[in-house]
Design a protein around this ligand. Structure first.
Ligand code: C2E
Ligand code: MG
Ligand code: MG
Ligand code: MG
Length: 272
């Protein structure tokens, strides 16, 4: 009967919801354990000066090294954000990246390191103190640390972002707007935010040279605000040459280098 079928459907959905809740709890527990068991590792993706191809810095990108496989951030950062676990994980990222950059500096290589900070971390009252503490404990000069915040999370609470970014700038660290062009920034607000660089989102770099309207607009905007532009996701020579012609300061992408473990950065980029 219809009633029986309805009941079956109800049980089916209830069951599915249960399964989902159980899976989520399972994943959350695994993520929590990953922190305790030090299963996180930072890969570093080089950024280069567009014209010279010289190393201009590296971006720290988080990986979860499970015993049997490497898990990419897209597969665990969303849950880490929802559960708030991104706060302790993000603190580990900041500390580890500062220590690494300080080690490189001690070895004679001044390599600026960029760290991604998510929306959830911006809401945390202790973020500025944490950054200050990481710099102090590692003895890393603040100019060698750069914080990347996506346009979308920066614009979520503008008054808060403005105050927070000002305090970060007071520490002397750089601030980049990540994935720029994908969000919904008001130009007036962008002007008010004390950022130092815009990262042209990969999706627009991908459109070069067929469709360049947004890339051109972002480069012009960045220039008129006195900001540095970094193009992310550069995969072809054609894109690189176009960006060079347009005066984009830095490039990052698989054409030049993938995110890689520390020893490969040292072997391929820090010799001599
Ligand atoms: P993102 O900060 O925009 O990082 C760029 C992503 O693009 C990285 O993916 C990088 O591997 C990838 N990529 C770089 N060049 C190319 C290219 O030429 N082609 C293509 N197809 N992809 C390229 P990944 O490492 O998977 O990271 C994804 C996102 O996860 C990052 O986007 C960032 O939003 C987030 N993330 C990574 N590490 C952290 C972290 O430590 N903390 C936080 N809060 N978020 C992180
Ligand atoms: Mg980034
Ligand atoms: Mg990005
Ligand atoms: Mg991106």
């Amino acid at each position: 009967t219809a009633k029986a079928a309805g009941g079956g459907r109800y049980r089916f959905f209830a069951r599915e919801m249960m399964d989902r809740a159980v899976a989520r709890l399972h994943n959350e527990t695994a993520l929590r354990r990953a922190i305790e068991e030090n299963q996180f590792v930072l890969y570093y993706q080089p950024k280069l000066e567009t014209l010279t191809r010289k190393l201009s810095g590296v971006e720290a990108l988080l990986r979860w090294q499970k015993p049997d496989r490497l898990v990419m951030p897209g597969d665990f950062i969303p849950l880490a954000e929802e559960t708030g676990l991104i706060v302790p994980i993000g603190a580990w990222v900041l500390r580890t990246a500062c220590e690494q950059a300080a080690r490189w500096l001690a070895a004679g290589h001044a390599v600026p390191v960029s760290v991604n900070v998510s929306a959830r971390q911006l809401q945390e009252a202790g973020l500025v103190d944490l950054v200050a503490d990481c710099l102090a404990k590692s003895y890393l000069p603040p100019e060698l640390l750069n914080i990347e915040i996506t346009e979308t999370s920066m614009m979520r609470d503008l008054d808060h972002s403005e105050a927070l970014l000002a305090r970060l700038r007071d520490l002397g660290v750089g601030i980049s707007v990540d994935d720029f062009g994908t969000g919904y920034s008001s130009l007036a607000y962008l002007r008010r935010l004390p950022v130092t660089a815009l990262k042209l989102d990969r999706s627009f770099v991908n459109d070069i040279p067929a469709e360049t309207a947004i890339a051109t607009a972002v480069l012009d905007l960045s220039r008129s605000f006195g900001l540095k532009t970094v193009a992310e996701g550069v995969e072809t020579e054609e894109q690189w040459h176009w960006l060079a012609q347009q005066g984009c300061a830095e490039v990052q992408g698989f054409l030049f280098a993938r995110p890689m473990p520390v020893d490969l950065v040292e072997r391929d980029f820090l010799q001599g």
